[in-house]
Design a protein around this ligand. Sequence first.
Ligand SMILES: [Zn+2]
Length: 345
Amino acid sequence: MKLARMLAALTVGTAMAGCTLTPARDVSVSTARSPLPRSAAPAASTPTAPRVRLVAWHGPVEQLFVHPLVLRPRLAFTTDSLGQGFADYFITAREFGRILDQLWRNGWTLVDPRRVAAGDVRVPPGRKPLVLQEDDVNYYAYFNGRGLASRLVVAPDGTVKAEYDGRLTDEDVVPMTDAEVALHPEFSADGAKGLLAVTAYEGFFGEHNLKDPAARQRLQTLVRALESTGWVIASHTYGHINLSADSLSVIARDTARWKAAAAGLLGPVNILVYPFGARPDAAARKLLRDAGFTVQYDIDVRPARWTEDGVVMMSRRHVDGYAFANPTAMASFFSVKAVRDPLRP
Ligand SMILES: [Zn+2]
């Protein structure tokens, strides 16, 4: 079971597989307004967002996703199969820092995925919108001893940090992105940071025991801190299941378990990020829609947004070791050669 889960989580970014599982379709980007419920619309701006002049954007919107960062490459990139999985599907903190810097220099600005779903994107004049996403922000047990953080916590000063080896660190997607936006206010529109997709089979954000009252309290504090600083939370299913292969009853049970785990901790969540990028069939998509997931994401190599059965469907692309093998595809975002960690195999 554990091994299956581990492998499931590791094959997450199978956008390569995303291609086999979900062949690229000829999808034109809809400019129609989506049927998003009002409650899903983000606040006009967060109180802490610096004032940046914004103009409407009408083109497609690029969306990139990563996994929790490798902080100690020598511990992660070993020669066993788990080490190969880290090399294929994860990037290092050093790589992510350089990527953020290049995204900023190359004219990208972080936007809120809810605004993208609603067709209401705004960016500073001359800049391009980008949704940053992090999948599996769960700090699974198999990360132990492999050089990744173990959870997200709110530091005494109110900022969100990661915990590594019992100490707080700024080396992870959330604190590094927060710092980049603080340094360059025009790197964010409306204070947006990104989308954090979580499963629930090992809790949320590294808190593995959801029955522990202290853990629940920490999570509530953390979620408030994330949401008030421009982060949006999405479901990645309860068990990292394969929505294109599992039966309707399995999907229904998984969805009920996710909602039960999230109740009282995550607030309303209406975005679903398909594990493996695997698209459900129409019946399963409707089941998920009726469970409240009115925005659903697959994986593709180009930006797409369309509406189907009352669901806003969008695509995002992976940034990982596999993606680094095709530098041309990443060139408008960053130079693979310049960001690549020398400790990457
Ligand atoms: Zn995943």
